[in-house]
Write a protein that binds this ligand. Structure first.
Ligand code: SF4
Ligand code: SF4
Length: 345
């Protein structure tokens, strides 16, 4: 990894350069009291001192809704897949969302590659930035705070200067177009100090190591926590729809009014919605909200760890912030740790 520094006052002209170079540049912008990722038309629009965006930048790799195939009906049936992409930069991505993108890359490139996601990903430059946690962030319990992969460029605010970690060839090409200087040992030391200081800011924490959860969950299928959370859960699906690592979708054929042609469309779907597990026979194999909460939790902390050795929660806190009844995976995890400790005592 190449490490350079730029003057903080030059960040705006860096973004302006990106807007000139790329057909689409997305970044965090203010929307009312919230922050959302949106297209940057002007360098001044970017708001870097934010805690979390409503939706993660995942929406530029896997849109909420997209046409994946166009078809003609008989008598001359025809089908053509649709893969839409353009060169794009996503700037201002926090370490938790960078990790989420890395996890999605693994899934989408894996066993059954997803052409639409992968094509967009190939054409995407990710520029990360460091951040300050709030009461709902718990990335320190589920991942390393130092971001070392999954980005092209990573910016750390050092005060009057910005440390620029350049990881990829795409990143090097961009950085070659702007004025930077090689980073010194002092800059790198300051970055380490910032990470150490950040560790002390988290108030939401797991009381046990996340690596132990897959094992601890073995004996917790009937734990009261699932029914307790199920009684509270409204099955609104907000938690899964804002999650940067959820990738479930539904596919439907939408016929044109002429009845001669149509689009095959995929849309985000989520396992906390009551109809998600309905099957053709009319049965719902996760009918109770508690069973759905348990399923979601296992998807984050057990199933993917067993199959890919990766925890699928990055601690971004979105599901917690957006849950209308305050269901959160920190409380569930700590109840799992507590119950397991009591069982062993
Ligand atoms: S489960 Fe919640 S905290 Fe974890 S990555 Fe998804 S939205 Fe973020
Ligand atoms: S956001 Fe909360 S209430 Fe809504 S489905 Fe998720 S856990 Fe249930």
């Amino acid at each position: 990894m190449e490490q350079r520094v730029m003057e903080k006052k030059d960040v705006k002209s860096f973004i302006a350069e990106l807007i000139k170079l790329y057909p689409a540049v997305y970044g965090p912008v203010a929307k009312g009291k919230s922050v959302v990722f949106d297209r940057l038309k002007d360098a001044g629009e970017a708001k870097f001192n934010y805690t979390r965006s409503i939706l993660p930048p995942k929406k530029y790799l896997m849109p909420q809704q997209e046409c994946i195939m166009k078809f003609d009906m008989p008598p001359s049936p025809k089908a053509e897949s649709v893969v839409e992409f353009e060169d794009q930069v996503i700037i201002g991505v926090h370490p938790c969302d960078i990790r989420a993108t890395k996890l999605l890359d693994m899934i989408m490139k894996g066993g059954n590659p997803d052409d639409n996601y992968n094509k967009r990903r190939e054409h995407t430059v990710i520029i990360g930035i460091d951040c300050v946690p709030d009461l709902y962030c718990y990335c320190s319990s589920v991942m390393d705070l130092k971001c070392t992969e999954g980005f092209d460029i990573f910016l750390t605010d050092l005060g009057d200067q910005v440390l620029v970690d350049v990881l990829t060839e795409k990143g090097k090409e961009i950085i070659s177009k702007i004025e930077t200087k090689p980073a010194s040992g002092t800059h790198l030391k300051k970055q380490e100090e910032l990470i150490e200081a950040k560790k002390k800011l988290f108030t939401a924490k797991f009381t046990g190591p996340v690596q132990l959860l897959p094992l601890e969950l073995e004996g917790q299928w009937e734990a009261p926590v699932w029914e307790d959370m199920g009684k509270k859960c409204l099955s609104c699906g907000q938690c899964v729809l804002v999650c940067p690592t959820c990738y479930c979708f539904d596919v439907a054929d939408e016929l044109d009014l002429s009845m001669k042609k149509g689009d095959r469309v995929r849309k985000w779907d989520g396992c906390q919605l009551a109809g998600f597990a309905y099957v053709g026979s009319g049965e719902n194999f996760r009918e109770e909200p508690g069973a759905r909460v348990r399923h979601r939790y296992h998807r984050k902390f057990k199933y993917h760890v067993d199959s890919h050795s990766m925890t699928f929660c990055t601690g971004c806190g979105r599901c917690w912030v957006h849950c209308p009844v305050d269901i959160n995976l920190v409380e569930i995890s700590n109840r799992i740790f507590k119950r397991e400790a009591e069982c062993k005592a």
